[in-house]
Ligand binder design. Structure first.
Ligand code: NI
Length: 164
């Protein structure tokens, strides 16, 4: 198990655009394995490589089945519906706010071996796929927040354990 340090808002790496992955080697697999360990330790719903200081288009995010999906070079191809709900980010600890997201997305990506696949996400998973993909273009959810939530308001939605 290897944990990586999570960069926090204000760190310049979080506002940079990440590069596409072109080599599907042991170094990529180690990064992914470490990201799984890091997101589980932090009780997050997803993590993007720039959040651990690596400017590559790599994310992991919670899928519809509750398992983490590895998305490399992800592109959101379809967005449908709308949801408005609380969102947080491991790089912005303690801050939760209301963010509108599509309720259903389809993402094209490749796996850790470079094989293309398509995955759908609904609800929390759609939210996580959007949130994490935006990290790859240097954006944080705070740019989209319509209302910051107090602890009491957040508790009314959930216990506060889900951060993307
Ligand atoms: Ni985040």
């Amino acid at each position: 198990m290897a944990l990586r340090e999570i960069r926090e808002q204000g760190d310049p790496v979080l506002s940079k655009v990440s590069r596409e992955v072109t080599e599907f080697n042991g170094r990529l697999h180690q990064l992914l394995d470490d990201m799984h360990d890091t997101v589980r330790e932090a009780n997050g719903a997803g993590l993007a490589a720039p959040q651990v200081g690596v400017l590559r288009r790599v994310v992991i995010a919670i899928g519809d089945d509750g398992q983490f999906v590895e998305l490399i070079n992800p592109v959101i191809k379809l967005q449908e519906g709308e949801q408005d709900g609380p969102e947080g980010c491991l790089s912005v600890p303690g801050v939760y706010g209301m963010v509108k997201r599509p309720d259903h997305v389809t993402v094209e990506a490749v796996d850790r071996y470079g094989k293309p696949f398509t995955v759908e996400g609904h609800g929390l998973s759609a939210r996580a796929f959007c949130h994490e993909t935006e990290h790859l273009d240097g954006h944080l959810f705070t740019e989209r927040v319509t209302k910051i939530l107090t602890d009491e308001e957040l508790a009314a939605y959930y216990g506060g354990q889900d951060s993307e």
